[in-house]
Design a protein around this ligand. Structure first.
Ligand code: SAH
Length: 520
């Protein structure tokens, strides 16, 4: 039994620390999740409230601590969710309430981001704020298209201007006569919709129509697209290709460097749109591997891990874990839930005693090692329940050995049944449960419906069941990849055809199988 103090420790939730109110105006970079600064990430982690807009990668929300309020304020051209005034009011109000507010903006917050206006409002309201610069699309966008904005042999100067204003209006604040003849590279943002007027004005005021030019759309994202032409041809090309915002435009001889420097778009899975259905918390490992290979990943978490219904019962079993001969872990989630509970109850790793530890496969084993525990038994291959049972059979006589199986509430009973059949005494610690993810996937669902996908990945039976539960039709032509035979059996049960199955039932195994089938 747990004593009073332990019961409290098990049930306790984190209480937020009081703060005096501080607003971070953070540049979230151009989209590639790796292009957020370390300070930016720290601001997300510290936030009580996140206020974010359209060009900010929603993946960053996962750095927030549980319970962080998230407010989407939109700002897609002409579809403002809140007006700028309302945004200003909102961040002032939240900061005044004593909260740590992290205002995430695409790129850099003060380069055409209206960050200065938001800062001015905060200053006027007398609340504390900090500006956290970000990597701007104006430089990173061209770089990801293989275009350096300066170059010793082409350009020693860079001009960045907004394409938002109509250059043919008399009250435009941009002097196209000067812009047209300025040396070096020119970059403009927000210019797709006025591409014809902008390029026309530059040529009219003396820029050569043959000047190389490129537009980079959704730069640094997996869905990046680049259009190359000249000042004279670009407007026509945009029309023909139906090319849309958001895009960075870059004008100058540096564009020719793309012929040799186009690194991003030449990676093996570039141009392949792949859906990841595991929990938001776990998606990262798979997403990172796929994006490193160049894939455009849509994270559509279908499931979420929650505490088990009977947390105290779980706590009691964990408390007694040292009395068993074996602890069996069949998922990384189980390992996390176990050690979270273990360290609520004990302050000393040695409290686990001499118990031996078994893992179903390498992903689970890696998680166990993260807690500095060694794995005593794991199947050589066949990383499923049957494989683990066989590993036990080959390892020792199970008669009268006591086993604590740390499992999900919803799991196949193979381990308990088979080991009991071998004479073991098996206790089952229900460590967590898998529930449908209902938050944060609206944008991903919309993207999937709108843009389709080349491949959908399933990393467990529950991702299959809950994906189907969403009722989204499978995108036309989308292939299906499965992590292993158990997941494949669930797919087959639902009459879905499996195009790719991992040879090794792990995330790296799945990625290797995908690269083999889809890679260029
Ligand atoms: N503060 C941002 C710019 C905001 S203005 C920055 O520093 O990047 C919005 C414009 O930025 C868009 O219309 C587009 O021109 C450009 N932009 C932002 N992110 C982009 C991306 N990932 N790819 C292409 N253009 C982008």
């Amino acid at each position: 039994m747990l004593n009073q103090w332990q019961t409290k420790a098990v049930m306790a939730s984190k209480t937020p620390s009081p703060s005096t109110g501080l607003c971070f105006l953070v540049g979230a970079g151009p989209g590639d999740p790796g292009l957020l600064t370390i300070k930016g990430k720290e601001c997300i982690e510290a936030a009580d409230v996140l206020v974010y807009d359209y060009l900010c990668n929603p993946e960053f929300l996962r750095y927030a601590k549980p319970g962080t309020e998230r407010i989407y304020v939109g700002k897609k051209a002409r579809a403002h969710t809140l007006t700028q005034d309302q945004i200003n009011e909102l961040i002032v109000k939240l900061t005044r309430e004593g909260k740590t507010v992290t205002r995430l903006k695409g790129g850099d917050p003060v380069l055409f981001g209206r960050g200065a206006e938001e800062a001015a409002e905060l200053a006027a309201a007398g609340v504390r704020f900090e500006i956290v610069p970000g990597i701007t699309s104006a430089i990173a966008g061209p770089a990801y298209a293989g275009i350096p904005v300066t170059h010793r042999s082409h350009a020693s100067m860079l001009t960045i201007f907004t394409g938002h204003e109509d250059p043919t209006k008399p009250d435009t604040s941009l002097d196209y006569a000067k812009l047209a003849v300025a040396d070096g590279t020119k970059v403009f943002l927000m210019g797709v919709e006025r591409i014809e007027e902008i390029t026309g004005q530059l040529i009219k005021h003396g820029a050569a129509a043959t000047t190389p030019m490129a537009l980079v759309r959704w730069a640094t994202h997996g869905r990046q697209q680049t259009l190359v032409g000249t000042l004279g041809t670009m407007a026509e090309k945009v029309r023909e290709a139906g090319f849309k915002a958001p895009a960075v435009a870059v004008v100058g001889d540096v564009v020719t460097e793309r012929d040799t420097l186009n690194w991003f778009e030449n990676r093996p899975l570039f141009g392949k749109r792949i859906v990841v259905t595991r929990t938001r918390h776990q998606a990262g490992a798979l997403t990172r591997r796929l994006t490193t290979l160049g894939a455009d990943v849509i994270e559509l978490p279908t499931i979420r891990i929650e505490e088990p219904r009977d947390l105290l019962a779980f706590g009691e079993l964990v408390q007694d874990c040292h009395t068993y001969d074996w602890i069996i872990f069949t998922s990384p989630n189980g390992v996390e839930a176990f050690f979270k509970m273990f360290y609520k109850l004990y302050n000393d790793a040695r409290s686990i005693g001499g118990v031996r530890i078994a893992a179903i496969g390498p992903g689970t084993a890696d998680k166990i090692r993260e807690y500095h525990m060694a794995v005593d038994l794991m199947p050589d291959k066949n990383f499923v329940a049957e494989g683990l049972v066989k590993a036990f059979k080959d390892h020792q006589d199970m008669e009268n050995t006591s086993v604590l199986w740390v499992r999900a509430e919803e799991a196949r009973e193979v381990i308990a049944n088979e080991l009991t059949g071998l004479g073991a005494i098996v206790d089952e610690a229900l460590a967590y449960r898998t529930v449908p993810e209902t938050e944060d996937n609206l944008e991903a669902i919309a993207r999937l419906k709108e843009e389709g996908a080349d491949l959908i990945t399933f990393t467990s039976s529950s991702t299959v069941e809950h994906f189907l539960g969403l009722g989204i039709p499978l995108p036309e032509g989308a292939k299906i990849a499965s992590i292993g035979p158990v997941t494949s059996a669930t797919l087959k049960k639902h009459d879905l055809k499996i195009d790719i199955e991992a040879k090794e039932f792990t995330i790296p195994g799945l990625v290797a199988a995908i690269e083999k089938k889809l890679g260029k």
